[in-house]
Design a protein around this ligand. Structure first.
Ligand code: CP
Ligand code: NVA
Length: 305
């Protein structure tokens, strides 16, 4: 594995090896054991969208690994004025040891990898959010002890998070169910990917049916970054697609909740369910740091100049 462009490029072993390393790095960090695997290296972080967690966890993570991170807003880069991604990729490859990019089109991330010569990490596109799903899988494994055979139910928009839960969950041996309104289904490529997993995958607009027996209940905002203009129409379309007491009663006793954040209380999740599961949700946010450090070590440590 050279990049993290989308999870379907990674095998089950790639994912599990990365989660194991993430656990180890978390242990070392908590016990004050230095792990400067990327000493002297620089990660460029290109942001075309806002971020709290992704920016801070990558920047802090790179520092803890002995390297440094550069925050590169597309508003300030020439790419924001139309410099082609082919040229940006070739230039940045001459300075940096890795790039994390958050943008709209998945193709832009794929093109950076195609034209550049350093590892590229997808920090969210409209299509997927692989770093977030690695953090979620790490958190689920921490709380539940294993992943294989657990049922993960996602309720809400068939967006980047839904796409990544399907690919990541099925790849590591989980059952994945998706409850979404018609017209807001996950990406066709992902639905095609899921076909190979037979009964381990289900999708419907019946929320309680999808949540039945779930070990993990996940959700995300109804309007993603870039969809602000559709927010009102989406509120109507998603009314009822909410993680609430009824959903948690349908899930297995002791089911956990994951939300990538930011959360909109009383829209995709009630404030009550959010607060009852805040510990799991903020563990998930913390694990962005550890999971991404593992990704960076896996992809960048071998490429030391
Ligand atoms: N979950 C997540 O990616 O958060 P940010 O948008 O704050 O980076
Ligand atoms: N689906 C959300 C996730 C934010 C982390 C978005 O793309 O805005």
């Amino acid at each position: 594995m050279k990049h993290l462009l989308k999870l379907s490029d990674w095998s089950k072993e790639d994912i599990l090896d990365t989660l194991n390393l993430a656990d180890q790095l978390k242990y070392e960090q908590k016990h004050g054991i230095a792990h400067h695997h990327l000493a002297g290296q620089t990660l460029g972080m290109i942001f075309q969208k806002s971020s709290t967690r992704t920016r801070v966890s990558f920047e802090t993570g790179m520092y803890q690994l002995g390297g440094q991170a550069l925050f590169l807003s597309s508003r300030d880069l020439q790419i924001g004025r139309g410099e082609p991604v082919q040229d940006t990729a070739r230039v940045l490859s001459r300075y940096l040891d890795g790039i994390m990019i958050r943008t709209f089109a998945q193709q832009e991330v794929e093109d950076l990898a195609k034209y550049g010569s350093i590892p590229i990490i997808n920090g969210l596109t409209d299509y997927c959010h692989p770093c977030q799903i690695l953090a979620d899988l790490m958190t689920i494994r921490e709380h539940k002890g294993s992943l294989e055979g657990l049922k993960l139910c996602y309720i809400g928009d068939g967006n980047n998070m839904a796409n990544s839960y399907i690919v990541g969950g099925l790849t590591v041996g989980m059952k994945v169910s998706i409850a979404c309104p018609n017209g807001y289904k996950p990406d066709p490529f992902v639905l095609d990917f899921a076909k190979a997993y037979g009964e381990n995958f289900s999708i419907s607009d019946n929320i309680l049916e999808m949540a039945a027996g779930a070990d993990v209940v996940c959700t995300d905002v109804w309007a993603s970054m870039g969809q602000e203009g559709e927010a009102e129409a989406r509120k109507a379309a998603f009314a009822g697609f909410q993680v609430n007491d009824a959903v948690m009663a349908a899930a297995n006793p002791g089911a956990m909740v994951q939300h990538c954040l930011p959360a909109h209380r009383e829209e995709e999740i009630t404030a009550k369910v959010f607060e009852e599961h805040a510990n799991e949700i903020f563990d998930e946010a913390e694990n962005r740091l550890h999971a991404q450090k593992a990704v960076m070590v896996k992809l960048m440590a071998a490429n030391r100049r």
